[in-house]
Design a protein around this ligand. Structure first.
Ligand code: UDP
Ligand code: MG
Length: 133
């Protein structure tokens, strides 16, 4: 079966009007957009997505941030979809993300780092189930 990943354009990317530019990068490499939806996350969805980070100092702020406005939820499919998406995203902190990556080109600070992407095929399966039927 083709590998799938869950990606999400965070509220700062949507508010800045960068949906088209970012999504085109996934299309450019040949990933297939299987699902795409604009929505505001519920606190429950945000908590479920970031369960691994519960209790960390940045957790409360992270949940607040990702529920602060509309996001674009995506299921991307293709060979190596998880790793390819992570590569296109760049490092977690935009300070470290190289130019040419999504976080390197559209982000400034870790608190608003433009995009989420699953970190493994197992995480992808779990996250897709949180956000899509
Ligand atoms: N985050 C943060 N401060 C930190 C670490 C993480 O605000 O010190 C946020 C950031 O938005 C990041 C998310 O928490 O994207 C999840 O962190 P993770 O380490 O899983 O990074 P990612 O998988 O998003 O690259
Ligand atoms: Mg992560």
């Amino acid at each position: 079966m083709t590998e799938k990943t869950y990606a999400m354009l965070k509220p700062d990317a949507v508010a800045a009007g960068h949906i088209g530019e970012i999504i085109s990068r996934f299309e450019n490499v040949g990933l297939v957009i299987e699902r795409m939806e604009l929505a505001t996350l519920t606190p429950q969805q945000a908590a479920a997505n970031y369960a691994e980070h519960e209790g960390k100092p940045f957790y409360e702020g992270l949940v607040q941030y990702v529920t602060s406005g509309p996001v674009v939820k995506l299921v991307l499919a293709g060979e190596g979809a998880v790793a390819i998406t992570r590569k296109l995203m760049g490092a977690t902190n935009p300070v470290d993300a190289l130019p040419g990556t999504i976080r390197g080109d559209f982000g400034l600070v870790m608190d608003a780092n433009v995009i989420h992407g699953s970190d493994s095929p197992e995480s992808a399966e779990r996250e897709i189930a949180i956000f899509f039927d």
